[in-house]
Ligand binder design. Structure first.
Ligand code: F6R
Length: 608
């Protein structure tokens, strides 16, 4: 969703800000803008559409060394230039870029209008520059503190003042902000991805904090007054692999093909086949703690929820600890009972999803133990949980999540192995599973090198009015993930059902030629799913079969056969999801969709 970048230092601010905005494009946005200080005046440029439109409206070089920039994903007010950020006060002495939502903006707006302020946008944000200007009497920090004390809601804000040529103020309440530390220059951003070209040293602002950022100094204060607790300077993760799209037409395809490496990174140093065990340092749980767990509940949204479902099935199935997964937005709003001897796992690629963060807080406020399974290092969920596991997928830029899913699932399998070792698994069986996990990247590589007749399946899908995905056990969340991918980037109407549910309703949807994507690997559900395939085939469905290589029966029933490598039955999601990712990608390509930035979606959903 919205993104913020700010720069103060010796470089030309314009190109630095545009570069930062380009790196935030993947988050999803509909307009972009910059405010830079040129001489004694703030120059604001805003454009609807892509950052390239904004770049085209700007000179290649500017004479500015200070500025803020923003990508907007519309919430309050339509997608117009006037609603794009940054917003300024009437005399253009203060400019503000804002992420989040100000709940009481209407009341403030009415009061300001009564005082004679004329608003130029429909946004909630515009109240901020007017309020700051109203309270400004030479002290920018005091003006921002007073303005923010008037608003309710969430914000990450960046503010520049025409009277202060070496100063950016940044403040946070519920929307992430990171300060990047350079030599004679400093940066702010809502996402550290914007900064990687310039610095790897960052500090993360906490809620209720304000940063005073100058070219040679950064100070952090409490919004309520006084200094903030000292921050540790953190190092950003190295950039893995090739930056940009490399040889691939889209980030999504690149990220699909990065999975052998991203899964291997997630496994590295954590799985110990010789010892028949696994280690997740960040979990900070002794075998005794693991043994005492009464239940494990996994929380996430979208793809991360699907990974959670796979994790819950594997934890309960193998470690015999009651386990379930729940959509974070539902969990946080239903006043859940929290088990004091349970473990809650918050799963999130971005680490910024508002609902998942809300679920973390719900567990914490009731005294429960919650840990993160997160990709982005230093993100809000990772820091709120304080403990957990980083999946180390590297930056995922395409809106549709692919490599994060397989790494989340891998991390949950590692946890399952650790937990099961304290209860059900013999050293021998644990070694076998550990070895199978270590071999997973090679199986993924082998499949991606030779993915089978994806185009034949795509022809069935793009001609269809409706498609159905089905599977049992861990293949059910995989089916859901396949359907989500196809909806999200190809916009093909489809849904996913446990194969056992077909006769309870969805089978009525089938007509001659309806594509049914059946996920039927060799596991304990195999026979029953095969008979479900027979049932749907008898109703005229065209079967796109995803099954374990060598399974002649599944192959015979499939109109399009997409065999996947032979892996341990528990680990099948790591390979069965691959053809589904490719199917969605190729169908979207055939339909001319905007694959990396599908309509209406944002990479990081930072509002409820
Ligand atoms: C689907 C997708 C979304 C995300 C969801 C949660 O391809 O990307 O469904 O999985 O918005 O995001 P994170 O994992 O960042 O919490």
């Amino acid at each position: 969703m919205c993104g913020i970048v700010g720069y103060v230092g010796h470089r030309d601010a314009g190109p630095v800000l545009l570069d930062g905005l380009r790196r935030l494009e993947y988050r999803g946005y509909d307009s972009a803008g910059v405010a830079i200080l040129e001489g004694e005046n703030l120059t604001i440029r805003r454009e609807v559409g892509q950052v390239s439109n904004l770049a085209a409206s700007m000179p290649e070089r500017t004479t500015s060394h200070l500025g803020i920039a923003h990508t907007r994903w519309a919430t309050h007010g339509g997608v117009t230039r006037a609603n794009a950020h940054p917003h300024a006060d009437t005399e253009h002495r203060v400019a503000v870029a804002h992420n989040g939502i100000l709940d009481n903006h209407q009341v403030i707006r009415r009061n300001l209008e009564a005082e004679g302020v004329v608003f130029r946008s429909d946004t909630d944000t515009e109240v901020l520059p007017h309020l700051i200007r109203k309270f400004y009497q030479g002290d920018p920090v005091e003006a921002l503190r007073r303005a923010l004390s008037e608003v309710r809601g969430t914000y990450g804000v960046a503010v520049v003042f025409a009277d202060h040529p070496d100063l950016i103020l940044a403040a946070r309440n519920g929307s992430p902000l990171v300060v990047g530390l350079g030599e004679g220059e400093n940066f702010i951003a809502s996402d550290s991805h914007a900064l990687v070209r310039y610095t790897r040293r960052v500090i993360y602002l906490e809620d209720g904090e304000l940063a005073v950022v100058k070219s040679d100094d950064v100070a952090t204060l409490r919004l309520s007054g006084g200094r903030a607790a000292p921050h540790t300077v953190e190092e950003l993760e190295p950039v893995y692999g090739v930056e940009g799209k490399g040889e691939f037409a889209h980030y999504m395809l690149k990220e699909i093909h990065e999975q052998p490496e991203s899964i291997a990174r997630c496994l590295r140093g954590r799985v110990l086949p010789e010892e028949g065990n696994a280690r997740l340092g960040g979990f900070e749980m002794s075998p005794r703690d693991l043994l005492a767990l009464s239940r494990v509940q996994l929380l996430g949204c979208g793809t991360s929820f699907h990974a959670g479902l796979v994790g819950a099935l594997s934890i309960e199935g193998l470690a015999r600890v009651p386990s379930s997964a729940e959509i974070a937005s539902e969990f946080r709003s239903r006043n859940p009972v929290i088990a004091s001897d349970g473990l809650y796992l918050a799963i999130s690629q971005s680490g910024e999803t508002a609902d998942t963060l809300g679920a973390v807080k719900e567990v914490q406020v009731k005294g429960g133990r919650v840990m993160g399974v997160v990709n982005v290092v230093g993100s809000s969920i990772a820091r709120s949980c304080g403990a957990g596991v980083y999946i180390h997928s590297g930056p995922e830029v395409a809106v549709a999540s692919t490599k994060a899913f397989t790494s989340q699932v891998t991390a949950l399998f590692i946890f399952t192995l650790m937990l099961a070792r304290t209860r059900t698994l013999s050293p021998h069986d644990a070694s076998r599973l550990a070895r199978a996990l270590m071999e997973a990247p090679e199986h993924v590589r082998a499949y991606l090198a030779s993915p089978g007749p994806i185009q034949e399946a795509v022809r069935l899908l793009v001609a269809a009015r409706y498609a159905l995905f089905m599977g049992r056990g861990v293949s059910w969340p995989v089916a859901m993930e396949g359907a989500l991918k196809l909806k999200e980037i190809a916009y093909i109407p489809c849904e996913a059902y446990p194969a056992g549910e077909m006769k309870h309703g969805p089978i009525a949807m089938l007509e001659k030629g309806t594509p049914v994507i059946a996920i039927v690997p060799q596991d304990e559900h195999h026979e029953r799913t095969l008979s479900n395939i027979q049932e749907v085939k008898a109703r005229g469905a065209s079967i796109i079969g995803i099954f374990t290589r060598g399974d002649e029966e599944a192959e015979r029933l499939s109109d399009v056969a997409l065999p996947v490598p032979v892996v341990d039955p528990l680990l099948t999601p790591l390979v069965t999801v691959l053809p589904l990712q490719l199917l969605a990608y190729q169908a979207a390509l055939a339909l001319g969709r905007d694959i990396d930035r599908p309509r209406n979606l944002a990479k990081s959903v930072t509002v409820e």
